[in-house]
Ligand binder design. Structure first.
Ligand SMILES: [Zn+2]
Ligand SMILES: [Zn+2]
Length: 238
């Protein structure tokens, strides 16, 4: 798998208490902590944008120059809207933002100024990329025995892309920590594999036991380990 994101020189970045606790909290949920935190940043960026209705002229300008959102983030807006009122995505905010972009495009078409192919990058894509780098930096700058214990005890499993990036970076800054991370990662993956095999065995009609919900959803966690969670930084690195 191609490692698209990079990690800054970990030795130069200090681990803040906020970064440390954000990482530790993310270990308690299923899935890749870096992917999930990046996804939250994308969602937060969209809801903030919608809440403020692009009152900031520079944000409005960036949105116009990128012809709005990229397709990935346009559909994330729809997903958030469908999720309900808690996300602050409501028809008035959407209409104000999108009609502004539509008006900009109408004027472009009138002037034969068809710049779609040259449009700037989507504003949320840039935020997502920065967030991913920042969480990778946090992981490598905060890593110590205590953090690894927390990772080991939690439900989360670093996806293949993010494990590869962190492990490679640790080769330069702490071989012992890299070795421990590898052991923990393999332990988590072996457990996941056993859970998946248990599910297959228990679905046999001769099996006296019903599969648990944990076993029945192992496939989802395998998929997330292999391919990461639905963030633009993962989807667009295909
Ligand atoms: Zn990941
Ligand atoms: Zn985007």
């Amino acid at each position: 798998m191609e490692a698209v994101a990079t990690i800054r020189r970990a030795g130069k970045i200090k681990c803040s208490r906020i970064s440390y606790s954000e990482l530790v909290n993310s270990f308690s949920s299923h899935g890749c902590p870096i992917c999930r935190l990046t996804r939250h940043s994308e969602e937060r960026a969209i809801t903030t944008l919608m809440y403020e209705r692009v009152s900031d002229p520079s944000t409005r300008d960036q949105l116009l120059r990128s012809n709005g959102f990229c397709p990935f983030h346009a559909w994330m807006v729809v997903e958030l809207y469908r999720r309900g009122p808690d996300t602050s995505i409501e028809p008035l905010g959407l209409t104000i933002i999108l009609s502004d972009i539509l008006n900009h495009e109408i004027n472009n078409i009138k002037r034969d100024n068809l710049v779609s192919s040259k449009a700037n990058r989507c504003i949320i894509c840039r935020i997502a990329e920065e967030a991913e780098k920042s969480y990778l930096d946090s992981f490598t700058s905060c890593i110590n025995d205590k953090l690894l214990e927390e990772y080991s005890a939690g439900k989360s499993i670093l996806c293949l892309k993010h494990y590869t990036l962190i492990y490679s970076n640790l080769q330069d800054i702490g071989k012992e920590l890299a070795k421990k991370l590898k052991e923990i990662q393999l332990n988590k993956l072996n457990k996941l594999y056993t859970t998946a095999i248990q599910y297959i065995k228990k679905t046999d009609y001769k099996s006296p036991m019903e599969p648990s919900s944990d076993e029945a959803t192992a496939w989802f966690r395998i998929l997330e380990f292999l391919d990461g969670y639905k963030t633009s930084t993962i989807i667009k690195s295909c």
